[in-house]
Write a protein that binds this ligand. Structure first.
Ligand SMILES: [Zn+2]
Length: 169
């Protein structure tokens, strides 16, 4: 699970790095066109030609790659994917996700065990998914819903297979 999270976030980081490398090469090879590109972006965002060209000139003099990464590629420092953090959070989540339902087994009365366990597991999953999304820097609602959805599906399948073969879930 942690490994899966690492792979998905690192492939995002790889894409970002590849974009940055290409952008760096374009800036070195064709600065005029890159300048025009940046200026156009600012015009499209509502600046007039004069202001757009002065903003583009000054930002490129200050940090050309940074300006292109932010405004052309949409990569910023806070957005940059963090594979290690996401993997750590995912590992912690897995450990906690296994421990908390165990605790529920001890706390819940027998008749409420099945639904109580399923419900609380989903709740923990959603909560831990939220933490993982925060640590990994991915969109909170989407990530949490994704984790909860797949968790519910996995649980449902497990219960279904258990019922099919007559094994108590
Ligand atoms: Zn560019």
């Amino acid at each position: 699970m942690a490994a899966g999270e690492y792979v998905s976030v690192s492939s995002q980081a790889d894409t970002e790095n590849a974009d940055l490398t290409r952008e760096k090469a374009e800036l070195a090879g064709n600065p005029k066109q890159e300048y025009a590109e940046l200026k156009d972006i600012y015009v499209k965002r509502g600046l007039d030609e004069t202001l757009a060209s002065s903003v583009a000139t000054q930002l490129m003099a200050h940090d050309a790659l940074g300006a292109h990464a932010r405004d052309e590629l949409g990569i910023s420092d806070t957005l940059a994917a963090k594979p290690v953090q996401a993997a750590m959070a995912s590992a912690a989540m897995f450990a906690a996700g296994a421990f908390l339902p165990l605790l529920m087994v001890l706390l819940l009365p027998a008749y409420a065990l099945m639904w109580g366990l399923a419900g609380s597991s989903l709740f923990f999953l959603a909560f831990l998914g939220l933490i993982a999304a925060r640590a990994g820097g991915s969109p909170l609602l989407v990530s949490t819903m994704r984790v909860t959805f797949w968790g519910a599906l996995a649980m449902g399948l497990t219960a279904g297979v258990g019922a099919l073969f007559g094994v108590a879930a």
